[in-house]
Design a protein around this ligand. Structure first.
Ligand code: GRF
Length: 205
């Protein structure tokens, strides 16, 4: 299973998956990393790991449909099976969504459908969870569609909210869970224990 990553910032989820590939706990290959942010930690990590990487953004491709095309072409050139959004802050274009329909996964730092959608990213999510007085939050891996955070849920893991939590402490606890959970979801996809519409271990040519 060849993974194509799209990431805008730090890339710690991506790194956790790369480590799992390196140790063999995840039988997959990090094939390519794409970022809309030339200075992202994700691109620096890709370089360090000798994974092909590309900065593709409105700066490199001002026309949105050309950017979309370039993203698809790059993923296809690296024979990507599953596209992983690991902190990717842009919406995907229709060409990418169509070509990889059912094979694009995102990780969200809350229990969707709660605390998702426009504006619910980064620390905003954890601030909202605390403001709502929730006793638990969590992590969601879901399929990507044209709207933020609305595709079919593939898996969720709960994380407790503790007395005295700050948005920062909650974010740290959730992020640790993200790293382990994303890996376990992908392991199940590789083993055929979770089936997503756009990828099957049983009919790879
Ligand atoms: C994670 O919290 C993820 O759930 C969200 O963006 C963040 C990315 O963090 N979609 P990192 O770049 O993987 O460290």
């Amino acid at each position: 299973m060849r993974l194509g990553f799209l990431a805008s910032h730090n890339g710690s989820n991506m790194q956790a998956l790369i480590e799992a590939c390196k140790t063999g706990t995840l039988q997959a290959t990090p094939a390519v990393v794409i970022s809309n942010n030339a200075d992202s930690g994700a691109l620096a990590r890709a370089k360090r790991e000798s994974i092909p990487y590309y900065h593709l953004s409105a700066k490199t491709h001002p026309a949105p449909e050309r950017l979309d095309q370039s993203i698809v072409d790059t993923l296809l050139a690296h024979h990507v099976d599953i596209v992983i959004l690991a902190g990717y802050m842009k919406k995907l274009g229709s060409q990418t969504l169509t070509r990889f329909a059912g094979a694009i996964l995102n990780i969200h730092p809350a229990l969707l459908p709660k605390f998702g959608g426009q504006g619910m990213y980064g620390m905003h999510v954890h601030e909202a969870v605390l403001a709502a007085g929730e006793s638990e939050t969590g992590v969601t891996v879901h399929l990507v569609t044209e709207e933020y955070d609305t595709g079919a849920i593939i898996g969720q893991e709960k994380v407790p909210v503790l007395l005295g939590d700050t948005p920062q402490s909650l974010q740290a606890r959730v992020l640790t869970t993200e790293h382990a959970f994303f890996k376990s979801v992908l392991q199940k996809i590789v083993r055929g224990e979770i089936v997503i519409p756009g990828y099957s271990v049983f009919n790879i040519e």
